[in-house]
Write a protein that binds this ligand. Sequence first.
Ligand code: FPP
Length: 247
Amino acid sequence: MDAGADIHEPCPLPGGPSHVAIIMDGNGRWAQARGRPRLYGHHAGAQRVREIVETCPGLGVKYLTIFAFSTENWKRTQTEVAGLMSLFRRYITKEARALREEGVRVRFIGDRVRLDEKLVTLMDELELMTAGNDLVHLTVAINYGSRDEVTRATKRLAMDVAKGSLEPENVDEETLPRYLDTCVLPDPDLVIRTSGEARISNFLLWQSAYAEYEFIDTLWPDFDSALFARLIRDYGRRDRRFGAVTA
Ligand code: FPP
């Protein structure tokens, strides 16, 4: 082994996905099936996040992006929204040190303007304290919606045109992604949605143009590392052609 190589760096699975994005759905139904309030399901779901993040290096998954709260989720009851925001605050506070020590770089995407100040401060701090990590890049989408993201990106792009730093004729397919929240991330290779719904619900619409999709029946709190590993292996058997024809 190269003496300078990082011993924690995994050998990627041949043909495995480098970037996996997950729509973590089914927490509410999981709780209801147990006669418990919906927030009980969200707490169980939060515990799964740690397990899946820890599995990533061994599977060669370098980037994991998870959908924690959408721009549409504000329509839920005030109790559920407040409970989720409190869960995010507690999760960051509790997990920050372990994430840093395990080599995880955490980023948040979504519009922070509507989030409470205390949560935004915790998000900023966690991004800063893990900024030197590179083993796994965990991106958490909070108050995220693709249409909102593209709208915000377009506004900034238009402002650059207005002030003369961008020429309209130079705008091409590489331009808009530089204004998206995900500008430093590669596009997802695989998008997984749990709970049996076959929808993408406004998640990474631009970025997932060529992604493979897995819609699985398992509810998010039951999604474990063995199932995750199986989906990663199944992905390796897919033939991604990006519109081209292969022999
Ligand atoms: C969808 O299930 C799930 C959410 C809206 C919240 C996702 C949040 C977590 C998994 C927990 C926290 C995450 C972090 C990063 C701490 P649903 O409520 O729509 O389920 P249902 O479709 O069964 O009602």
